[in-house]
Design a protein around this ligand. Structure first.
Ligand code: GLN
Length: 292
């Protein structure tokens, strides 16, 4: 395997990945990454030689992914979310497409809620991880959203801060457990958005090695059948959320009713929608609180 043309390297990767029951398209992602090429440059260079150093590094990454399940995003260091590129590493959850639908829902609700004339809204992203929710919402609604984001992990906050800087998003990052940083400051908000850890520990065995061994456990699992984070956030939200207000959660596909009940217990006058994702699974909960 001393020399290979680009199309040969791609073919080799496809077969190797297939043999290890991994997705074939990972080969192209890694090859583009190592060649430093756009897809268009790549397509017009298929019959050129892959430079040796790059070929070696590419093959090593394909092997590592195939054999260990290390996520391709940890090898390239990036994942795209809502049309933008975010840096990721093992300290943060890799952004998921389901969470893009949460963004769509929040933007929709911000438009349709009767804010009684109020033009700018304060939003907090709880458990921001790589910062995708906070940063994306800020960039989508520069003028009308004032955004802060909490995370208990300093390492995650380092990733989120770097992403905000790289993408030019003004977000106030705060370290602490769920909404605690806001409670400590006596700060109130109009919108709480979160994709908290929601996988029950009992389901750990059913996850792929790529998720189980590489996404941070702190970002994945929660006690209480996966509901502990919702309970904690809602309990704190009573002292943080203004009226009118919005709570937007990503949820596990079997948690819709439970999360609705948790919200209604603390906010009995809220209007709660459980919404399905593109795969037809319950994935989001939106609660509009009009009065206490
Ligand atoms: N908010 C981040 C995301 O949606 C991190 C979520 C998490 O770590 N549970 O990807």
């Amino acid at each position: 395997m001393d020399t290979m043309k680009i199309h040969e390297a791609l073919r080799w990767a496809s077969l190797f990945l297939q043999k290890h029951n991994r997705e074939e398209r990972v080969g192209e992602i890694l090859l583009l990454h190592h060649l430093g090429m756009s897809k268009v440059e790549f397509l017009s260079s298929l019959r050129e030689q892959v430079p040796q150093v790059k070929l070696k590094a590419f093959c090593a990454d394909v092997r590592r992914h195939a054999e260990t399940g290390v996520p391709v995003q940890h090898l390239t260091g990036v994942e795209s979310f809502y049309g933008r590129t975010f840096h990721v590493n093992g300290d943060v959850l890799i952004p998921r497409p389901e969470t893009e639908e949460l963004i769509v829902g929040v933007l929709e609700y911000v438009e349709k809620i009767d804010w009684h004339g109020q033009k700018t809204h304060q939003l907090v992203d709880v458990g921001t991880g790589s910062g995708i929710i906070a940063i994306t919402l800020k960039l989508e609604r520069q003028a009308s959203l004032d955004v802060s984001a909490c995370d208990i992990s300093d390492d995650a906050l380092a990733v989120a801060t770097a992403n905000a800087l790289a993408l030019g998003a003004q977000v106030d990052f705060l370290q602490g457990n769920f909404l605690k940083p806001l409670l400590d400051k006596g700060k109130k908000v109009d919108i709480i958005a979160s994709n908290p850890p929601y996988i029950p520990y009992a389901e750990k065995a059913t996850l792929s090695d790529t998720v189980k061994n590489y996404d941070p456990a702190l970002a994945l699992y929660a006690e209480d059948d996966g509901l502990a984070a919702y309970k904690k956030i809602i309990a704190q939200a009573v002292d943080v959320l203004r009226v009118p207000g919005l709570i937007a959660f990503e949820i596990g596909h079997e948690q819709g009713n439970a999360v609705r009940e948790i919200i209604l217990q603390s906010f009995p006058h809220s209007n709660v929608e459980v919404r399905k994702d593109i795969n037809g699974k319950d994935r989001m909960v939106f609660a509009v609180i009009d009065s206490r």
